[in-house]
Design a protein around this ligand. Structure first.
Ligand code: CU
Length: 147
């Protein structure tokens, strides 16, 4: 009996380890479909425990910086043209910006589990988008994909 419980616990630990994914997001000057200055993908749905790795594919000073994270989650800030891996430890919506190109709408949204802070994220995105010079609708389009 005790042995069976130990075995079940081991299996649970192992499957959790296997299930955690590393999702790669490319930071691009020339993106797919003729889009300029994008994260690809720019809507990233993950599970809590997954890691999101931002890769500078084309040197242009691209950065990955959190603009908003759920309560209790750690914000992050990568240096320009630098790779960063972010472990997602809290559920909710994360807003991401490229500091150099934020005014041009280089943004992304991460959803982990339930979007517990969606209203807050929408408000922050609206404030932020108001200061953009182009692609002002990107955050809206991304947040519309949050389910
Ligand atoms: Cu950029």
């Amino acid at each position: 009996m005790a042995r069976r419980i130990v075995l079940l616990c081991l299996l649970a630990v192992m499957s959790a380890a296997v299930a955690a994914k590393d999702i790669q997001v490319r930071m691009l000057t020339n993106g797919p479909n003729g889009q300029m200055l994008v994260f690809d993908p720019d809507f990233i749905k993950v599970n809590v425990g997954d890691t999101v790795t931002f890769l500078p594919m084309q040197k242009a000073g691209h950065t990955s910086i959190s603009l908003l994270v759920p309560e209790g989650a750690k914000p992050w800030k990568a240096a320009p043209d630098t790779q960063i891996s972010v472990k997602i430890e809290k559920q909710g919506v994360y807003l991401v910006q490229c500091d150099v190109h934020k005014s041009l709408g280089m943004v992304a949204v991460i959803q982990a589990g339930k979007p517990v802070n969606l209203a807050e994220a929408k408000k922050a995105a609206a404030d932020f988008s108001g200061k953009m010079l182009q692609n002002k609708d990107r955050f809206d389009k991304l947040l519309a994909q949050v389910k």
